[in-house]
Design a protein around this ligand. Structure first.
Ligand code: DP6
Length: 349
């Protein structure tokens, strides 16, 4: 027999960024962060997990290619889930798995991103969130989403925020064992449904410095990071929570753009400096800043993660349509800029 579960998890985009760890193994951050989860049909991971007595060892395929599960991050997630597995019974198929059986049974995991992984967008966030969620279902793990978020966190920090839709806060926590470093939902996906997210895929090249090593180098060498983590982010978290609650787009946009810019400033303050944005990213920032200033009130917020791709959040559909017009005029895909496509809702151009 084979027992299988399939789940789908979207990626999330941080508007107050996580950058820097206080514990590398447990993946505990040095500051809280807030993100918005994308619609499930866009930039998501689909994962099928299966168990069978005929499987001889744990195996995983990513986009059809087998990958190693030996890394600490996978092992930490699998160990945490196995420890919490419960009895599973499927009378129709005549399957009975006891809590103890899970220690010996092996798993097969097949994961697909609906977007080229190389574009650096369908990130580890959706991947680990989906892995943990689907395995928890298969193994009848009776924990709530926040407990599962603490397991996904051990796969990749940002993954803990993808277990919820809408706006999500990852509370950094204080405990050394990480038990209070969990994600909570601030508002569900219906709360602010005017917002439209457009992603400008500036480069599909894989990033040169991974988030993991980048943030390690920042913590080791940057003098600004402590000021950011201790002074700036705690204030911004409070302001951002209020802006989200009040649907206050001007404050939301100001905080989102400032936080993205400070995150990249901290990367520049790292030795050797880390450059995630390129000329096209900088031109997109100038274009949005000029437009927002011209309108007198922000129409669009921008944010960039560990790569040059722009995530643009328009205040409503009208602003999104105008933004797209501008982007297509100034940054036509496949032109002399290295911008290749836009992802808008379910449409790619
Ligand atoms: C810039 O979650 O990819 O996207 O925990 O080492 O796996 P690890 O890092 P990761 O870092 C994400 C950094 C970011 C900001 C964010 O998503 O908050």
């Amino acid at each position: 027999w084979v027992l299988m579960v399939t789940a789908q998890t979207p990626t999330n985009i941080a508007v107050i960024k996580y950058w820097g760890k206080r514990d590398e193994n447990l993946i505990l951050p040095i500051n809280d962060s807030i993100s918005v989860t994308l619609d499930p049909q866009h930039l998501c991971t689909t994962t099928s997990v299966a168990v069978s007595p005929t499987f001889t060892h744990d195996r995983m395929w990513l986009n059809g290619k087998e990958i190693s599960l030996s890394g600490g991050r996978y092992q930490n997630c699998l160990r945490e889930l196995r420890a919490r597995a419960s009895d599973v019974e499927d009378e129709e198929k005549g399957i009975k798995i006891t809590k103890k059986d899970w220690e010996k049974l092996h798993l097969h995991i097949a994961s697909y991103n609906n977007f080229p992984t190389a574009a650096g967008l369908a990130s580890s966030a959706a991947g680990f969130a989906c892995l943990v969620f689907s395995l928890a279902k298969l193994m009848n793990v009776k924990e709530d989403h926040s407990k599962l978020s603490a397991i996904a966190r051990q796969g990749s920090g940002s993954a803990c925020r993808s277990l919820y839709g809408g706006f999500v806060k990852w509370i950094m926590g204080k405990e050394e064992n990480g038990s209070d470093s969990i994600a909570v939902q601030l508002a569900d996906e219906k709360h602010w449904d005017d917002l439209v997210i457009i992603i400008a895929v500036v480069s599909s090249r894989q990033k040169e410095t991974s988030s993991t090593s980048g943030m390690r180098e920042t913590v080791e060498t940057s003098m600004l990071i402590e000021h950011r983590a201790k002074e700036v982010v705690p204030r911004r978290i409070i302001q951002m929570e209020k802006a989200i609650k009040d649907l206050d787009f001007p404050s939301f946009a100001r905080l989102t753009c400032s936080d993205s810019n400070q995150f990249h400033a901290v990367c520049l303050d790292t030795s050797p400096p880390i450059f995630y944005m390129n000329d096209t990213s900088h031109r997109i920032i100038s274009c949005v800043e000029k437009w927002n200033r011209f309108e007198g009130t922000p129409q669009v917020a921008y944010t960039f993660d560990a790569g040059p791709n722009a995530v643009l959040i328009a205040r409503n559909r009208k602003a999104a349509a105008l933004l797209l017009q501008r982007l297509l005029f100034y940054f036509p895909p496949q032109s002399d800029t290295d911008l290749n496509s836009y992802v808008i809702g379910d449409k790619s151009i």
